[in-house]
Ligand binder design. Sequence first.
Ligand code: HEM
Length: 423
Amino acid sequence: MGNLERANMFADQALADDPFPYYEYLRSMGNVVRLSQNGVVATLGYDETLSVFRDDERFSAVNSTAGPITLPFTPVGDDITAQIERHRGEIPFAGLVATQDPPLHTKTRSLMAGMLTPKRLRENEAFIWELTDRQIDVFADRGRFEVSQDFGLPIATRTIADLLGVPEADHGTFTQLMNGPPILPGQFQGTEQAANNPLERVGMFFYQYLSERRQAPRGDVLTELALATYQDGTLPDIGEVIGIASFLFAAGQDTTVSLITASLRILAENPELQHQLRRDRSLIPNFLEEVLRLEGTVKAVFRLSKVPVRIGEIDIAPATTVMLIMAAANRDPRRFERPDEFMLDRTNAREHLSFGRGVHACIGSPLARAEAKASLERLFERLGEFRIDEQFHGPREARRFNYAPSSMFRVISALHLEFEPLR
Ligand code: HEM
C-alpha cells in the first residue's frame, strides 16, 4: 500500500489483504487516534482497547456489528443512553445479543449461557472428533483440499447444530443453508444487510423445533432450549430463543473456519513448525493462541460513547463511534515482546483480545478452540505433511491469498492445500 495517509480501511481492498502496515502507521500517531473517515476514533493500544471493552457503563455496544453508521437521531445533552434505547429499532442489527446493553443484555446472556453449559460442550466435543474424521474421509485419498468448503465450514455448521440439538437428519440442510460466500459485518460497499438471510432461514427451523417441544416436551436438548427460563424463572418469548439460536449459528461459522484456515496456512508455510507440532501435540493450544493473536478473525468491533469520556489522551463527545482494533492491540509492543513475530512459546499469547473482553466476551471461545484443536490433531493423524497448493496461490515469493473485503473480519476466501496421502 503506497500512500498510507490517504488510505481508507473501510474501502481499500489492499488494507483487507494486509492491514498491519496501516495499523502501525496509525500507531505512530498514538494509541488512540481520530480517523479522517466518519468521525471514528480508533484504539490501537492494548490497555486502551481493553478499557473500552470493560466499560459498558459509558460505551454502548449498539453499533458493535454495524460499525460507523449515521445515527437515526440528533444527539442531545451529555448522556444519550435514553436516546439510544428509544431509537434502537431503527439501528441495523441493534437487537442482537452482541449489540444489546445491560440490563437487557445480562438477561439474554444468562439465557444463552444456559444453552452452552459445560456438560453440553463436553458431550459436543466427542461429536467434533468423530465429525472431523468423517470430513477428512471425503478428501483423504485426493492429495489436495480446499480448507473452507471441504473441511472448516461443514465442521463449524454441524458442530453448532449438534450443540443445539438439531436432529442429525437435518444437519445436511443446515450445511446447505450456511453455505455460500460469506457476507460479513464490516463489508465494503455496505452490503451486510444480506447477512441476515441465512439466519432467517435457520430461525424458521428453530421455530418449528421449539414450538413443537413447548407443546410436547421430549427430553432432548431442543426441549431444554424450549423450556429454558430467565434467572427469575420466567419463560422467554419463543422469538427470543430463536434469535439466540440463530445468532449462535452466524457467530460461530466464518469466525471458526477462519481460525482453522489461518492455522493451516501458517503450518503449510512453515514445515519446521508443522513437524514440531506433529511431534508434540501438547504445543497445539499455545500455537492456536498465537494464531488468534496474530491472525484473529475479528480485527475490530465498534462501540458508541454514551457520555463524554476520555480514552488514553483523547477526549471524546457522546455519540462518537469508537473502533476497537483488536488486531492492532494484539501487536502492541508495550504488551507483547517482538509483536509481529510468531512465537510458539510466547508465555502471554492467551492475553490477546481476539475474543473481546467484558460483558460481550465471546461465549463460543471454548467451542472455537475445541474445533480448531480437534481439526489439527486429526489432520496430523490422517494426512502427511501439507503444503500450500501453488497452482492456486502462486510460488512462495509471490503468494496470493484473497481476503474478504471487510474492515472487521479477516477471512481468507479460499485456502488450497496439497498433502502426501498416508498409506
Ligand atoms: C475463532 C472464532 C471466534 C472468534 C475470533 C470470535 C470473536 C468474537 C468477538 C470478538 C466477540 C465480541 C464482540 C464484541 O465485543 O462486540 C464475540 C462475541 C460473541 N461470539 Fe464469538 N468468536 C468466535 C467463535 C464463536 C463461536 C464458535 C460462537 C458460537 C458458538 C460464538 C458466539 C458468540 C456470541 C453469541 C457472541 C456475543 C456475546 C455477547 O454479546 O454476550 N463465537 N465473538
